[in-house]
Design a binder for this molecule. Structure first.
Ligand code: PEP
Length: 254
């Protein structure tokens, strides 16, 4: 099945109003590229309204970097799906390794967040589930076991019909923000495993799920990664803060 390439920018706790207008201006000039490649920008939540004011082609969407699993209430500092959606987010990252490592996103919490995103407002939102092994787990030959465990827990309550609202990002933890990228072959092996696993659980519905690679993707490493059969695009951290580099990565996904 032909899936549209997808590239997602994860600004993390970076960016500014100025960078918002700069990247939006750069994207606005890319009508032909955006016809082929769907682009999602996940700025810090406070910048979503600024992004919302920019002019977009249909292929540019906004995303949130995280969301609280509860609908509303006493959760100081958190953002609800309703508010994120009102601020323009169509996608929500869930289970990013920085959230799992530093902000208490346990497997159970990741599962609750996936369920909450998919239950929200008749599934208008899409969830971008991040999975990935740590360096010692790869060294111990446990990569596939770790990925399988993360997928099984996070998607435990997800039906085949809901899978149309799921994106999976394979992000080896040792490659995030470190400058170390998985080789195209290493990434392809894990992506092929994920695709197979999805097929076993969901049969044909698995074909719709975009599988993205993330982990220090740069303009020069993107073409070989995106050329792999089971890599449908990328989740881009550091390089998404440089409009020229980000556009080059989007072009590599074309
Ligand atoms: C990320 O945070 O999702 C990521 C892939 O970051 P970087 O590209 O900077 O490694």
């Amino acid at each position: 099945m032909q899936r549209q390439p997808l590239v997602i920018a994860n600004w993390k706790m970076n960016g500014s109003r100025l960078l918002t207008s700069q990247l939006a201006a750069a994207l606005r000039e890319q009508a032909a590229l955006l016809n082929d490649v769907a682009v999602v920008v996940c700025p810090p939540a406070v910048l979503l309204p600024n992004w919302q004011q920019e002019v977009f082609y249909d292929a540019v969407h906004l995303g949130a970097q995280d969301a609280n699993e509860h609908a509303a209430g006493a959760h100081t500092g958190e953002h609800s799906l309703q508010l994120l959606s009102e601020a323009g987010a169509d996608y929500v990252l869930v289970g990013h390794s920085e959230r799992r490592q530093y902000y208490g996103d346990s497997s159970a919490r990741v599962q609750a967040k996936v369920d909450a995103v998919l239950a929200h407002a008749g599934q208008k939102l899409k969830v971008v589930l991040c999975v990935g092994e740590q360096e010692h787990e790869r060294d111990n030959g446990e990569t596939v076991k770790v990925i399988e465990g993360q997928l099984a827990t996070a998607l435990a309550n997800v039906s085949a019909a809901q899978l149309a609202h799921v994106v999976i990002a394979y992000e080896p933890v040792w490659a995030i923000g470190t400058g170390k990228t998985a080789s195209p072959q290493q990434a392809q092996e894990v992506h092929a495993f994920i695709r197979n696993w999805l097929q076993q659980q969901y049969a044909a519905a698995a074909e719709t799920v975009p599988l993205l690679y993330g982990g220090s993707v740069k303009a020069d490493s993107a073409p070989a990664l995106f050329a792999e059969t089971d890599i449908d695009g990328g989740l881009i951290g550091g390089a998404s803060l440089e409009p020229d580099a980000f556009l080059a990565i989007c072009r590599a996904a074309q």
